[in-house]
Structure formats: structure tokens, C-alpha cells
Design a protein around this ligand. Structure first.
Ligand code: SAM
Ligand code: SF4
Length: 383
């Protein structure tokens, strides 16, 4: 894989569609009417905020080339990272204003000490869905215990089925461990497990069919993600961007015509599945059964108009959008209000989040040549 940093940033013309896009977050103050406490947050596009992604740590046992440089990412101090108690408080507060689903992510969430204990605590809060994203390195030992602790679903990253390429893209990963982890996921009885592949031209575009077959044969759902220009495009290598339109072309070539969702029984339609988020799903036929394939197209076919998610960084910054650096500082609120009753603290946190999230931007400005991304790395915001 080409590992040179992008040189195209200064020459990329912004598409007309994005030039027209209003950026609410740049406005001085929102003019939206105040929303009464207890009611779900709706942002400026009337998008209800129901889904919270929590980064448990900005640390990782891998160094995927598109996500983190080998060295040089400034990591948070341990004292800045939210404790389990603080995380639980934030989740409870955001549940007061509409959050129903939580995903634990990072960095790599499985490197956070006592993860199972946190899953147990959050599992008792009455969320509709508690999920976790992982690189899979530790799943062989953790899948069963995570299920027992109350985790509902898992997403596992898998960019290639070739051990040497896997090592190349992750720098520190072991494909055999991840594949053993995926077997443990099946044995543990997780349903609707997604396998996330960042599609990259010249690296794994020749594996789209193989990755799908691997997933279909084991009851997993493959998903192909467009490369996003995080860290101001510094890890975005020229020519590697692979749009979902080309993934669709390969799917047609490998599996024949893409099927209409309506051809599926109602309960198996992509839109009826747990965890439906930014992915759009193609439906293909393989070995006499229908399967869905997720396509996450933040760059070439943005899905901002249906975005219902916000992200909490490991240090307590609530990001309304992955594509921007600005965030609402919930850690200061948490740590400044220790004298309040628990109920008052939840209300203050919920009100702070509500005010900030009403300013959630209408869209982002990622471009296929690596422009428009935030200054922060994916691991700093939380993927
Ligand atoms: N460590 C876990 C993992 O790898 O699944 C969870 C965190 S990781 C940041 C979450 C997802 O973000 C992974 O599927 C990863 O492939 C994806 N990701 C990281 N950097 C990306 C980038 N620049 N563009 C698109 N996806 C990216
Ligand atoms: Fe770590 Fe996940 Fe980023 Fe890879 S994508 S470096 S596994 S956080």
C-alpha cells in the first residue's frame, strides 16, 4: 500500500453540493426554540439524537495505517479519562434526553481495564441496545464474558483475509487471533454481528467478494466503509479512496443483480435490523439465501440528513459530528458539580448536552481526495 501522505489537499475543489451546505455549528448562537426538559433532543435538521458512541480509551493495541500513526499521537492523561462512574452518569443523563442505544468504542475498547464491569453497569440501565466495536484481537477470550455481562451486539474490524496484508494495515495485529475471536463470537451467540472493512483501492478492493463470502457463511454482515480524511487527511493516501459505487459494481459482478429490500421477508429487511445506522444496505443472493451488505459512504454519498448519533470522547468531550474538532465539555460539568444531588447533576448534564447539540451541524465537508477532515485523529474523537 502506498504510504505517502496526501499532497492533494490544497488543490481539491470543493464540490458545489458541499459549498452550498449550511454549517450550523459556525452560527453564533442557535435560534431554535428551547426544548422542554425530558423530551428528546432534536437538532437543527430535526434529527432526533438517539445514539451515543462512547470512546473508552484513545489507546490501541493496533496502529491501523488509516487511523493512527505508529508514534506521535498525543494521548490523554489517565486523570482526564472518564471513570466508569462518570460514564454511567453521562449515559443516564443522555437517556433523559432521548438516547436509547450506546456503542462502546475507542481507540480499542478491549484494552480498557475492567471492561466487563462497565458493560454490566451499562447493561442494567435499560437501554434498547448496548454494542461494542473492536479490532477483534482479544475476542477469543472476551466474546463469551462480554455476552454474559449483557452486551447485545458486536462490530469487528476486518480489512483483509490475508495474514501478511492484515499485519501491514494494522501494524501490530494478528489475523489468526481475530479469526479465532470471530469463532468465539459465534459460539457466544451474538446476533447481527457486523464485520467492518475500510475499502482501499489497491489494497483490499480485490477482496470484496471473499470478505462477503467469509461473512455470509458464518452469519455475519459484511460492511464496506469509505476512507475518511481524519487528522486533516494526514493518513489519507492518494489514490486509495474507494467509493461505495465501485463496491456495488463488484457486488453485482460477484453475486449478480442487487436485490430490492422489499424482496426480503419483513423481519429480515435491513431497515428492520438492530443497529441500523449510517450504513445503507445492498441485498445479494448467495448459495440460495439472501444476505445484506452494508455500505458506509460518509464521503461520496453522505448520510448526514439521517444522522442520529453523537460521540463522547474518552476525556468527556461530546462531539456532535465526527468531522469537526469542536465539542461540548461534559467532563468539566461532571467534575464541577460534585456537591449537587445525583438527580440535579443528571439534569445539568442533560441541559448542557441539549443546548450544545441543538447546534449539531447540518453536514460535513469530507472530500475523496482527503480534505475536509478534523484536526483530531479518529482515536481522539472516538470512532
Ligand atoms: N478499535 C476498534 C476497531 O478498530 O474496530 C474501534 C475503534 S475504530 C476507530 C472504529 C472504526 O473506525 C473501525 O471500523 C475502523 O476501521 C474505522 N476507521 C478508523 N479510521 C478510519 C478512517 N480514516 N476512515 C474510515 N474508517 C476508519
Ligand atoms: Fe486501533 Fe481501531 Fe484505530 Fe485500528 S481502527 S488503530 S484497531 S482504533
Amino acid at each position: 500500500m502506498n504510504t505517502r501522505p496526501s499532497t492533494e489537499q490544497s488543490v481539491d475543489p470543493q464540490p458545489a453540493r458541499l459549498r452550498r451546505l449550511p454549517v450550523l455549528g459556525n452560527a453564533p448562537e442557535p435560534t431554535l426554540p428551547a426544548i422542554p426538559s425530558g423530551q428528546p433532543i432534536h437538532d437543527g435538521l430535526n434529527r432526533p439524537i438517539t445514539y451515543l458512541r462512547i470512546s473508552l480509551t484513545d489507546r490501541c493495541n493496533y496502529r491501523c495505517t488509516y487511523c493512527m500513526p505508529e508514534e506521535g499521537v498525543e494521548l490523554a492523561l489517565r486523570s482526564q479519562v472518564l471513570s466508569f462512574e462518570e460514564l454511567e452518569t453521562v449515559v443516564q443523563a443522555l437517556m433523559r434526553v432521548g438516547v436509547r442505544r450506546v456503542r462502546l468504542t475507542g481507540g480499542e475498547p478491549t484494552v480498557r481495564k475492567d471492561l466487563l464491569h462497565l458493560v454490566e453497569r451499562l447493561g442494567r440501565l435499560g437501554l434498547d441496545d448496548l454494542a461494542l466495536s473492536t479490532n477483534g484481537e482479544r475476542l477469543a477470550e472476551l466474546a463469551g464474558p462480554l455476552r454474559q455481562a449483557g452486551l447485545d451486539r458486536l462490530n469487528v474490524s476486518l480489512d483483509t483475509l490475508d495474514a501478511a496484508k492484515f499485519r501491514q494495515v494494522t501494524r501490530h495485529g494478528h489475523l489468526d487471533r481475530v479469526l479465532a475471536g470471530l469463532e468465539a463470537v459465534r459460539s457466544a451467540g451474538f446476533k447481527s454481528t457486523k464485520l467492518n472493512t475500510v475499502a482501499m483501492r489497491g489494497f483490499n478492493d480485490d477482496e470484496v467478494g471473499a470478505l462477503c463470502r467469509y461473512a455470509f457463511e458464518r452469519g455475519f454482515v459484511p460492511r464496506f466503509i469509505e476512507l475518511m480524511p481524519m487528522a486533516e487527511g494526514s493518513l489519507f493516501y492518494p489514490g486509495t479512496f474507494f467509493p461505495v459505487a465501485e463496491t456495488r459494481t463488484i457486488l453485482r459482478h460477484e453475486f449478480g443483480a442487487l436485490l430490492d429490500e422489499q424482496e426480503l421477508p419483513a423481519e429480515s429487511r435491513p431497515s428492520a435490523q438492530p443497529g441500523v445506522g449510517p450504513a445503507r444496505y445492498a441485498v445479494v443472493s448467495y448459495q440460495g439465501a439472501v444476505h445484506r451488505v452494508g455500505l458506509i459512504s460518509a464521503v461520496s454519498e453522505p448520510f448526514c440528513d439521517t444522522c442520529n448519533r453523537v460521540r463522547l470522547s474518552a476525556t468527556g468531550e461530546l462531539h456532535a459530528c465526527l468531522a469537526y474538532d469542536d465539542a461540548i465539555d461534559l467532563r468539566s460539568v461532571l467534575r464541577a458539580h460534585t456537591s449537587q444531588s445525583p438527580d440535579e447533576l443528571l439534569n445539568v448534564l442533560a441541559a448542557t448536552a441539549r443546548t450544545g447539540l441543538q447546534r449539531k451541524r447540518l453536514g460535513h465537508e469530507f472530500t475523496p481526495s482527503g480534505c475536509g477532515g478534523p484536526r483530531k485523529y479518529m482515536v481522539s474523537i472516538g470512532g
